[in-house]
Write a protein that binds this ligand. Structure first.
Ligand code: THU
Length: 160
């Protein structure tokens, strides 16, 4: 028996094609990318999280001379929410890079961040919209974060 898993997402040619609240969130992520501390990779990333009460929490990547100490923008933002707004539901997350990537394709979250995004959505009680894009490039929108990590390792696996 074979099984096939597919991921569904929408592609928009520019930021002007998405909803105003989505535009604002992506712009917040972009503004946050300016404060990334990325002297080693020179790859600035920004993330912005929209909470259920419309508060926007941002994060960016923070590197270190001891490379593994660094943290990605999306995990920085998610951990900030979990630490300071533990009871708030997350509505959406936008992720962007300061630099527009070649072919204007958005940067996608790394494996570690997909794992954290997946568990965050499980604990959220409802899906979290994921917006990947750049103010001057294409935008990809996913209705669920868990879709980016099929067959994810889950807490229930630990207690089996
Ligand atoms: N980075 C992120 O912030 N998010 C990702 O999903 C991928 C990578 C950061 C980590 C590092 O500071 C830099 O980008 C280059 O990998």
């Amino acid at each position: 028996m074979k099984e096939k898993i597919s991921i569904e997402y929408s592609i928009y040619e520019s930021i002007s094609s998405i909803e105003p609240t989505q535009q604002e969130l992506l712009q917040s992520a972009y503004n946050s990318s300016k404060n990334a501390y990325a002297p080693y990779s020179h790859f600035n990333v920004g993330a912005a999280i929209l909470l259920e009460d419309q508060t926007i929490i941002c994060g960016n990547n923070q590197e270190n001379a001891s490379y593994p100490c660094g943290i990605c923008a999306e995990r920085n933002a998610i951990h900030n929410v979990r630490a300071n707004y533990p009871d708030f539901k997350i509505h959406s997350i936008a992720i962007t890079t300061f630099r527009l990537l070649k072919q204007s394709i958005p940067a996608t979250p790394c494996g570690l961040c997909r794992q954290v995004l997946s568990e965050t959505e499980q604990n959220n009680g409802s899906v979290i919209e994921l917006i990947l894009g750049h103010p001057e490039g294409k935008v990809f929108i996913f209705n669920s974060c868990q879709s980016l990590l099929p067959l994810a390792f889950q807490s229930k696996n630990l207690f089996n």
